[in-house]
Design a protein around this ligand. Structure first.
Ligand code: FMN
Length: 662
């Protein structure tokens, strides 16, 4: 039991007419949990209401996209430009309203409040002909008066629906790359009519929205805005100008709360900050907002707060009145209750790997399901509800391999009542996670190792480390079920001559201090996610001169738009030179031969002390094959990378799924 007292975090707060039971907020996160596009289905309700039941006081769930439906003459692009529009709520559909009403009831039953976020999110039109998203290559259509009028009214119409459906508050989304943001920003609003000008003029669109919404919801619902605390954009508004705009908006008397965050949906920082950022790194914007605002207007600050201890401090030290903790609740929907009950060791802290937002914006799974790298229940809530059952007859279960898949298989099997032994040849649990955590900016990944270690102890799993395992060892444990989670080993390309020269080493070995590199290092990559930039940065941090030769069009081509800018900017900052579109064909003592990925051109590069390979990995399932062939153990499973090396989320899912069915 922890001694930390959360006196501030669990104090209720009156926000306008709404009593928020504590200060922990799930700000809106469109993780696309509904499996019926545009509706609020059981998956949605189970995903978000679980957080309310887990003690989160404010449930922002998913945004209401107002783009759809538009007048018939509007081009399709306005609705579709957000890419995943079909999954966002379409607030005029009766099924959506019915689903939302049911959802609000569930949130209220759990003692929390439900907030509806109203959003116009389409970068194809804007106040001025300036790309809304920095990385876009087209000029948006300039909004005419009728179109502005149409948009203003949709906020009011949607707010009426939210009120009727039982929401406690309405939030107008004025941050990120929304339409309201593009009116607030001096970069995207160059208008010289009544909608543009200085800070006092650029707020006009937002004030107009608030007035129309307030007319519909009266004083029965809380009303607020989400606003970026400062723009990290050439010519964008800073913290001072945000304060000024917020002050003017607050002066109207229309605001009950201001929800402040920082970042863009494309660029660094992203508004879903990865582990490369400090915890609550941009907290100053919360304090800045509070400086001028009427104290009756509650300030909510969000951004990489994964720990209730940090959240408590932010409130105590005056950075904000309410704390946004979105991914904290994705990783562990019960974290708030655990904190209140002093069970801090049981909290599975978000490691800020950004898989959730990456998946939501550029799906990696098919068919799509929301995912979390460390919480296997996300996206499978209904299945867990049905399948997660204590066992009638506990079995002796042996899990071989203590990486994510093995740990999750052991944890879930033990939670269900099995008697579990977990064997690993390493000194510590964690497997590949321990390697990843050595990369700069990835130390939070180790939190998941602590979580698994604590859970094994709490659940009475018999963990045996530095143990090598064969069939006899498993039989000696009288195993009735075995999970082989023996992971993978780095891939060595078999079509490259000279690959066995002594100066060729593996990225994993370098990260673990098992191989040295000299000062001039060529990293050769056929891996498109985080591993290559992590290895390169690890070396650069040790003052090596690093050049990456990469098969794809750019490094990290599988990292989604929210996160990739940060990764690439870190490469620049630490001086890593990246050569795309090259495949290694030959290693010689004094040089490397490449062929272009897309043409037939060959290239030669010289001047490296070592060659570091990042080619992904190959599964290790010999033990599984042997156990299956031997046939004496009734249940034998293969899990995680031993089945197929993929990402953390897949390993977690696979291991936990096996734990569910043993
Ligand atoms: C999957 C996902 C979807 C999100 N969608 C929205 C959204 O629709 N509207 C919004 O204002 N913020 C959205 N956010 C941002 C969150 O509200 C929050 O500001 C962000 O996750 C940082 O908080 P955290 O560090 O506590 O996760 C989203 C975040 C995630 C992870």
């Amino acid at each position: 039991m922890s001694n930390v007292k959360f006196e501030h975090l669990f104090a209720p707060l009156q926000v306008g007419p709404m009593l928020v039971p504590n200060r922990i907020c799930e700000t809106t996160n469109t993780i696309n949990s509904s499996m019926v596009p545009g509706e609020i289905d059981d998956n949605f309700r189970e995903h978000h209401a679980a957080k309310a039941r887990g003690g989160t006081g404010w449930i922002g769930s998913e945004t209401w996209l107002l783009n759809l439906p538009f007048p018939p003459e509007t081009p399709d692009e306005v609705g579709l430009a957000v890419g995943f529009a079909a999954h966002f709520a379409t607030y005029q559909s009766p099924a959506f309203i019915e689903g939302w009403t049911k959802f609000c009831d569930e949130v209220h039953e759990a003692g929390a409040v439900a907030i509806a976020q109203l959003t116009h999110l389409s970068a194809v039109w804007s106040p001025s002909p300036v790309p809304v998203i920095g990385a876009q290559d087209f000029t948006p259509h300039i909004l005419g008066d009728e179109e502005i009028e149409f948009c203003l009214n949709t906020y009011a119409d949607a707010a009426t629906v939210a009120k009727d459906a039982g929401a406690d508050g309405v939030e107008i989304h004025c941050a990120h790359e929304t339409l309201a943001y593009s009116f607030l920003s001096p970069v995207t609003n160059k208008r010289t009519d009544q909608w543009g000008g200085g800070p006092r003029e650029r707020i006009r669109f937002v004030v107009e929205v608030l007035e129309r919404v307030r007319k519909r919801i009266g004083n029965e619902l809380a009303l607020g805005i989400r606003i970026s605390g400062k723009e990290f954009r050439e010519g964008g508004y800073d913290n001072l100008e945000m304060r000024e705009m917020l002050y003017y908006i607050g002066e109207t008397g229309l605001l009950d709360f201001a929800d402040i965050d920082v970042g863009h949906c494309w660029g660094a920082p992203s508004y879903v900050p990865s582990s490369y950022y400090g915890h609550a790194e941009f907290r100053e914007v919360g304090k800045a907002a509070r400086a001028d605002l009427d104290p009756k207007i509650a300030v909510l600050f969000t951004g990489r707060i994964n720990d209730p201890v940090i959240a408590e401090e932010l409130i105590k030290d005056g950075y904000c009145d309410l704390v946004g903790m979105v991914r904290a609740g994705i990783a562990d929907p019960e974290f708030a209750n655990k904190a209140r009950e002093g069970r801090l060791m049981e909290i599975r802290r978000c490691i800020s790997c950004t898989r959730c937002i990456d998946e939501a914006s550029e799906p990696m799974t098919f068919p799509y399901a929301p995912t979390c790298s460390i919480n296997p229940v996300v996206g499978h809530e209904l299945r867990w509800k049905e399948q997660y059952q204590p066992v009638d007859e506990p079995k002796r279960v042996v899990v071989v391999g203590g990486g994510l898949a093995g740990c999750e298989a052991a944890r879930v099997a033990a939670m269900r009542g099995h008697q579990v032994t977990l064997l690993d040849q390493g000194k510590r649990l964690g497997g590949q996670l321990l390697i990843a955590a050595k990369a700069p900016g990835r130390d939070d990944f180790e939190d998941q190792v602590y979580f698994e270690e604590n859970e094994m102890e709490r659940l009475g799993v018999d963990v045996r480390l530095e143990t090598s395992v064969d069939i006899d060892a498993i039989k000696a444990l009288s195993a009735e079920a075995v999970v082989v989670a023996t992971g993978s080993i780095p891939r060595v390309p078999n079509d490259v001559s000279g690959i066995d020269l002594p100066h060729v080493v593996q990225g994993w070995d370098v990260m673990q201090g098992k191989a040295s590199t000299g000062d001039r290092v060529a990293v050769i990559s056929q891996e498109d996610y985080y591993e290559t930039p992590c290895v390169a940065e690890f070396l650069a941090e040790r003052e090596k001169q690093v050049e990456v030769f990469h098969k794809s069009t750019h490094l990290g081509s599988e990292i989604a738009r929210y996160s990739v800018a940060m990764v690439l900017s870190r490469m620049e900052r630490c001086g890593v030179i990246v050569h795309p579109n090259l495949v290694l064909t030959q290693v010689q003592a004094d040089g490397l031969e490449f062929v272009s990925s897309f043409g037939g051109h060959t290239y030669r590069k010289e001047g490296f002390d070592s060659v570091v390979l990042v080619y992904g990995s190959v599964p290790q399932h010999d033990l599984y094959d042997q156990l299956k062939a031997e046939g004496s153990i009734p249940q034998v499973y293969v899990a995680g990378s031993a089945w197929l090396p993929r990402f953390m989320a897949e390993a977690t899912q696979h291991g936990a799924s096996i734990g569910l069915v043993i």
